[in-house]
Structure formats: structure tokens, C-alpha cells
Ligand binder design. Structure first.
Ligand code: PLP
Length: 396
């Protein structure tokens, strides 16, 4: 038997289980205390009424022979591709329908996109990062170069002439640091990748949270990106679809390496490995991207953005250096001197009943930091901001 031994080298999937266990133990010991949840990595609001109506309509269509839909095109329906293309056009990006691949969410395609590259492709990951980039590359047995975000580079590492890689994972806006590349910074990555014939996998899962004008929502807003980048996005955070599972990946036709069209390879990959996403979900996605759907999403996101503002104000008032809170639903801060992320997690739970996420969950580059999430309820967030201000101002 020849199994893939790379799985054995992965860190055990205990991280969120451990957080849950520590929180449960604390809650059991202090049943009268109310915990404030700033560790949430999931949306909390309901779906928009237009999405719910579209779901009901699509379910009813499936109930009658005249309107029933069986298998659909593996890479997505024409109506949803048109809706995604129109969404991109709002940012001045023109995509042909065949360049858009409807998926079951970003996580699925972040893993699957590695199918296009050989096992010895060198992978560069800008860290701290969403763990899927490193873990799926490890599962494929690839060598990974870790490019560290630091306080000095504002947790937005940039390419350098001496660096080299075949495949680069960039996430902007970033989970966990909440930072986002400006147009000029991202252009440096695009130029660097084109010069080396490298390919950028650009995770745009949080694009809908961007507030600053000079931060691009799509890498294709930049000249040259279509010859070096694959963009992966989803409706999870944009439209509250985390429990629905719907996303899209863009593989431009201009993306060619070693005389092979990555677009054609991806078409082959998807039509071989998947039978696409359900009709009902695709109608829901179309509704989410309609003008009314987008209006609702903007209003839902505004609640999370306000949470980001409240937390940012508290950290500023406490004199704490941090990143994020403006273009992404996360804030990222160093732990007090000498404390690990886990130690600070325990401290905040014990002293302020606030749940955060230890930075250790986002790779070695995340050590000694914690992530605050803006997905908590406004009431929890306000109360947490007050307690954070007190605890951070007074020192630990
Ligand atoms: N990319 C990033 C940066 C994320 O934070 C997440 C989820 O938290 C995902 C991708 C996964 O998104 P999806 O729900 O579309 O699979």
C-alpha cells in the first residue's frame, strides 16, 4: 500500500477544538458570566429576502416537470456567470463567461487549484495566512517558502528580486491580519510574477469589506494580472453564504505557462472532477448579486464594519499598535510582552470574558498575536471594546 504520507506531516486539526474546549471549561466554571465572542470567523446575519425568495422559486421549479432542471453545465450556469461578470464590470473588469467557474466556495477551489501544478512546484505563502494554502500544498508534497508579514512591513509583505517561486498565495483583504494591499503594492506582485512566469493564487474572499479607494477588489483591476493570476472568491462573506456554499474562481484565457493554457486545464479539471453546483443555489447566488441583493449585503456588511470601527477606536485609545478593522472584518494585534497568543487568549477569557483567536492558528508567523473578529454582535462588540480598553490601558 502506498498512501500519501504528507498527510501525516500536517499539524493535527485541533486548533478550533482546543479553543472550544477552553471556552467550555471556563463557562462551566463560571456559569453566571456572559462571554463576549470576538473569535467568530463566520457571518451571523440572515440571508437577504431576495435570496430567500429566489430559493423558494427555484425549489418550486424543481417540483414540476416543465421547469425541472437536471444536470447543469459543470462550470456553472449562464445566468450565474452573467451575474458574476456584471459584478466584476462594476469594478471595470471585463471577463468572458468561460473565464468564470462557479464553485461550492473558496475553500474547495483553494485546494483544487493545486491540481494544475506539478508536485515539485515551489510555493510561496505570504503569512500569517488562512491555513488552507499551506496545508493543501503540504498534502500535495510541495516545498513551501514562508514569507513573513511583520510589524515592519505592516503585515503586507512585498516581493523582492532575490525571491523565487512558481506559485504564490496572496490573500487581500487578509484573514487574519485585516490588512489589504493597495493598488501600487499589488502591482508589484503582478509585475514580479509576470517577470518570473510565476502564478498568483489571489484569495479575494473579503473583497466586499473594502472601504479604502486605493485598495483593489479584484487583482484584475491591475494591468498584467490576467497573464499571471487566478482569483478565488465566494459569496460566503459577501452575502452571508457560509452555510449555503457558493463561490467562483476566475481563470483568464490569457493565463498560459509552458505553452499550456491554465484556463483550458482548469476547464478539463472541473468537468472531470465535479458535476457543478445545484440549480437552487445558483439561483440564490444570482439573487445575491442583483442590485437588491447587493444593497442588502452592503447593509449587513456595514454592521460588521461598524464593529471594526468600534474595536479600532478602543485599541487606538489604549495606545496599542494593530492592523485591520477597516478593509476586512478582522483586527490583529501583538500580545503584551512575553505572552504567546494562547496565553493572551487565556488572559482575556479569564480577566475580561472576551474570546479571541490566538495567532498560532495562522502559522508560525502568527505567533504572539491575536485576531479579533468583527462578526460578533454589535452589543458584544461594544462591551468587549470597553473591557479591552480598560485591560490594555492598565497593562497586564
Ligand atoms: N479564504 C479565506 C481567507 C477565508 O477566511 C475563508 C473562510 O473563512 C475562506 C477562504 C473559505 O471561504 P468559503 O466559505 O467560500 O469556502
Amino acid at each position: 500500500m502506498k498512501i500519501n504520507t504528507a498527510y501525516g506531516a500536517l499539524p493535527p486539526a485541533f486548533f478550533f477544538t482546543e479553543i472550544g474546549a477552553r471556552v467550555s471549561a471556563y463557562q462551566a466554571a463560571h456559569p453566571d458570566q456572559q462571554l463576549l465572542r470576538l473569535g467568530v470567523g463566520d457571518v451571523t446575519g440572515p440571508l437577504s429576502p431576495v435570496v430567500i425568495e429566489a430559493l423558494h422559486r427555484a425549489v418550486s421549479e424543481q417540483a414540476s416537470a416543465e421547469t425541472f432542471h437536471g444536470y447543469l453545465p459543470e462550470t456553472g450556469t449562464a445566468f450565474l456567470k452573467a451575474a458574476v461578470a456584471a459584478y466584476y464590470r462594476q469594478r471595470g473588469v471585463d471577463l468572458a463567461p468561460q473565464e468564470i467557474f462557479i464553485s461550492s466556495g473558496a475553500a474547495d477551489d483553494l485546494g483544487a487549484v493545486g491540481n494544475l501544478f506539478s508536485a515539485d512546484a515551489r510555493v510561496l505563502v505570504a503569512e500569517p495566512a488562512y491555513p488552507a494554502y499551506v496545508d493543501t500544498s503540504r498534502m500535495a508534497g510541495r516545498t513551501i517558502v514562508h514569507l513573513r508579514g511583520t510589524r515592519e512591513n505592516g503585515f503586507l509583505p512585498l516581493p523582492a528580486d532575490e525571491m523565487d517561486a512558481d506559485l504564490i498565495y496572496l490573500c487581500s483583504p487578509n484573514n487574519p491580519t485585516g490588512t489589504a494591499y493597495t493598488r501600487a503594492q499589488l502591482q508589484r506582485w503582478v509585475d514580479w510574477a509576470n517577470a518570473r512566469q510565476a502564478v498568483i493564487v489571489f484569495d479575494a474572499a473579503y473583497e466586499a469589506f473594502i472601504q479604502d479607494e486605493d485598495v483593489p477588489h479584484s487583482i484584475y483591476e491591475l494591468p498584467g494580472a490576467k497573464t499571471c493570476a487566478i482569483e478565488i472568491c465566494s459569496l460566503s462573506k459577501t452575502a452571508g453564504f457560509t452555510g449555503m456554499r457558493l463561490g467562483y474562481t476566475v481563470e483568464p484565457e490569457a493565463l498560459v505557462r509552458e505553452d499550456c493554457s491554465l484556463h483550458d486545464m482548469w476547464t478539463q479539471d472541473r468537468t472531470t472532477r465535479t458535476n457543478g453546483v445545484s440549480y437552487v443555489l445558483q439561483r440564490a447566488g444570482e439573487a445575491a448579486l442583483s442590485p437588491a441583493g447587493q444593497r442588502y449585503s452592503r447593509e449587513s456588511i456595514a454592521v460588521y464594519q461598524e464593529n471594526g470601527r468600534i474595536l479600532s477606536e478602543a485599541l487606538k485609545a489604549a495606545g496599542v499598535w494593530f492592523t485591520g478593522g477597516r478593509n476586512a472584518p478582522y483586527l490583529w494585534l501583538p500580545c503584551p510582552e512575553g505572552m504567546s497568543g494562547w496565553a493572551f487568549f487565556d488572559h482575556l477569557l479569564r480577566e475580561a470574558q472576551i474570546i479571541v483567536t490566538p495567532g498560532e492558528g495562522f502559522g508560525p508567523g502568527g505567533a504572539d498575536h491575536v485576531r479579533l473578529s468583527c462578526f460578533g454582535s454589535p452589543a458584544d462588540t461594544e462591551a468587549a471594546a470597553e473591557r479591552l480598553l480598560t485591560i490594555l490601558k492598565n497593562g497586564i
